[in-house]
Design a protein around this ligand. Structure first.
Ligand code: FMN
Length: 251
């Protein structure tokens, strides 16, 4: 254990405070927004990365009803050896990450985010997707396409970073946060909202996947250092949540 019992107590106390920030103590005039500092960008883009188009007008792939989907959702950790199709990948990306309106300092889309601050970026490890090489891809908020950011990786590297939870899934979703996007407006009240935001993204993925007979497991027990290294992030942007997705085994 890295932390002594006493250190753990201090961390637990601080983390509990993060979960109950007092909004009465937030003075908007003293935030970076209140002080008229430049707005943070809410859309990350990699220059010179190869772009892969997703299907934008993806049809509804599910005949299931929303109540049926919500009630059937479970975490799924075993999958069929079945590659995901481009249309299925497009469907899951759209329902999890699509942005429909964006401007300086804000973005709105399929998930709610505190004050539309949209602190998350979505990355994917495409393990078994028809027509795609294995690699780490970034979802582009502005175009709804993917950018290939790394091919020089192995299943072992990904699996280690996920603490052996890659299994035989088709795709891993990684959500990073850039906390400053929220801190700019909401200072010390931001971090609880960021965690909730990541929960919204993953819940959308759970439900969208269930709709098309894929299974998901949300993963918080990953190796922070290795997963940040995998995505080449770690300081002002870091991973907060992951999820493995694969075709459900027929019962
Ligand atoms: C924030 C969060 C983190 C989780 N992390 C993991 C994880 O690292 N590994 C895992 O196998 N399951 C993980 N789970 C899945 C839970 O174990 C699962 O949701 C719980 O057992 C309830 O089962 P259900 O999702 O089928 O209802 C996580 C769930 C949540 C909400």
């Amino acid at each position: 254990m890295k932390y002594s019992i006493d250190e753990q107590k201090i961390i637990i106390k601080a983390n509990r405070e993060t979960l109950r920030p007092n909004w009465e103590d937030l003075d908007y005039s003293e935030t970076d927004k209140g002080r008229k500092l430049p707005k943070p960008t809410v859309c990350k883009s990699y220059k010179n990365a190869k772009v892969f188009e997703l299907i934008k007008d993806v049809p509804s792939l599910s005949g299931k009803k929303i109540d049926e989907i919500i009630l059937a959702r479970r975490s799924v950790r075993q999958y069929e050896e079945h590659p995901m199709s481009l249309v299925e990948l497009s469907y899951l990306c759209k329902l999890t990450s699509e942005i429909v309106k964006m401007g300086p300092g804000y973005a709105m889309g399929v998930i709610p985010t505190g004050g539309a601050t949209n602190s998350l970026e979505t990355y994917l490890y495409l393990n078994k997707v028809d027509g795609f090489k294995k690699g780490i891809y970034h979802y582009m908020k502005d175009t709804g396409n993917l950018q290939l950011i790394r091919e020089d990786i192995t299943d072992e590297l990904v699996n280690d970073s996920m603490k052996n939870q890659l299994r035989n899934c088709a795709v891993v979703f990684f959500w990073t946060t850039t906390p400053y996007r929220a801190e700019y407006k909401y200072s010390f009240t931001s971090h609880k909202m960021i965690a909730i935001e990541a929960g919204h993204a993953c819940q959308n993925l759970y439900l969208a996947a269930e709709a098309i007979d894929y299974g998901v497991v949300g993963i918080a027990a990953y190796n922070q250092k290795l997963v940040d290294e995998l995505l080449q992030v770690g300081k002002d942007e870091f991973v907060v949540y992951l999820a493995a997705v694969g075709k459900k085994i027929k019962q």
